[in-house]
Design a protein around this ligand. Sequence first.
Ligand code: 13P
Ligand code: SF4
Length: 375
Amino acid sequence: MSGIREEYRMQAAGLSFEHFGALTEVEAQERILDARARLGKRAVLLCHHYQRADVYRHADLTGDSLKLARLAAQTDAEFIVFCGVHFMAEVADILSRPEQTAILPDLAAGCSMADMANLAKVERCWRELTDILGAPDEKITPVTYINSAADLKAFCGEHGGIVCTSTNAPKIVDWALARREKVLFFPDQHLGRWTGFKKGIALDHMAVWDPDLENGGLTPKEIENARILLWKGHCSVHQMFQVEHIKQWRAQYPDGQVVSHPECNLDVCRESDYVGSTEYIRDTITEAPANTRWLVGTELNLVNRLAEQMKPQGKTVQFMAPMVCMCSTMQRIDPQHLAWTLENLAAGQVVNPIRVPASEAEPARAALARMLEIS
Ligand code: 13P
Ligand code: SF4
């Protein structure tokens, strides 16, 4: 071990991030490897597919949100270092055992879509629905996309509702509609709309609930008529993809195939050959025959990784939008933050633990457990 590293190691205990922010890429990478070697099996690194390459290379396990939730529930590691966004680390905390600790290397790594719904607005929505429909607990199942804060998952747990991911949304909506006549789907209107559309629910039976307007901006008749109330939320990364991008590409490559994430708008999903989660997108392209050509509507880090990995098989993988669009919040988990987190752990200091209070964790766990059972 070099003298410099030894010195760094001594500094690490309890150090604030400012000592790490100035590390060069090479230094940060070295220090991650060194800290990981010292931690051994005590720490597991879970990485979402959108994670930047310089962090993803350190992953023990990778996946989409559903797979990562399952992996978090199965690991025996003392520290679950989550290279993803805040709601994913919360799910890891909720599903892991009390003696395990979920850690998010940068607390600013949130999800802008998850922030488009909050408990106060969802509770107000529920009150307004009560006034119009009476007893919503008998009429509406709240379904929250996993991209949401723990207190919204808890809300669903307390009101007979459930969590879904982009993988299992169709099964979850089936489950919900079999129990009650309507679904309140938040925060992503696009995943909700695509799921309803695939179930054969007419578009005029899916109404957008604007949380900033009284009664969601809907008339009582529109609310009565809706089978799915779609919260007015979206992912700004996936809204960059437009159906025109697909049409122009198809004109150039008529034999090419298009795969998109269901957070894209309905027109993009309808125009795509395949629609599914990040894991599904990865599997679809990986399992495709050699020498095929793909246009992909999801975040750039994943598309770039697939493009590199598929080159040896002669597969061409292209990004759908003409402009760069990354998940800028997930991008915040960089090698410097990872080095800081791991060195502190190796020195006995837990930084950035994600701890959901028991009063929220318990009902949220119930909503997640329903989801895991069904999917
Ligand atoms: P996946 O569940 O498909 O990984 O999606 C998570 C996400 O945030 C996509 O934007
Ligand atoms: Fe959230 Fe969009 Fe980033 Fe996914 S890509 S984590 S939905 S902001």
